[in-house]
Write a protein that binds this ligand. Sequence first.
Ligand code: 1GP
Length: 235
Amino acid sequence: MRQMIQPWRHVFKLDPDRELGDRELEAVCLSGTDAILVGGSTGVTYENTVALLARVRQYRLTCALEISDLEAVVPGFDLYMIPMVLNSPDTDWILGHHRRAIERYGSLIPWEQLLTEGYIVLNGDSSVARLTGADSSLSGEGAAAYAQIADKLMSLPVVYLEYSGVFGDMDTVRTVRETVEHSQLFYGGGITGVAEAGQAAALCDTVVVGNVIYQDLQQALLTVEAVKRTPQIEL
Ligand code: 1GP
């Protein structure tokens, strides 16, 4: 397997704005997943983020915050994932919010705990697409071009193919996989069971599972083993 910046094959993404009972959270945290990523596109506040972090901290598990709102930046996470939405026409989502964050937090920023994600949003019906205005009507080659901007021009540690809510086009994912040399390739979107988890795992370094946790926890838990037993195909 390729060298990874974070040794994560499987990640559960928890949304602070959604309810998850204690037993369900325990099952998620003891599932064997490699990390919990806390994040969401809407309704994320300082209060609900602190509350979720405190609950996840009962378990020995890496917990990262994917920052989507400057008002909800909470200290105490192991890592901070910083999305740059490369296919948004609105530069606020690439540089603007980032500039404001640096102006606001300056010397308080724990730079060594930051991981920048070159986000490519590929589901036009998702909240993140609506929020950022991302041009999600990309061909495989278009997505791969953005991925190469992240990988080769910007040297970003992570390229994140974000299909949030729908299972992605694996031909597009494969085309991107073929072009990314250094960045860790994350896939997220529409994984509802073992078969999809395996397909994404074959092509990507890290597979992110979100929604299904709240819809069908048993299927969500099965994705951990499915991802971990799937080798990445050599391209
Ligand atoms: C969302 O990529 C993650 O940001 C996971 O997507 O919620 O569709 O699993 P789902």
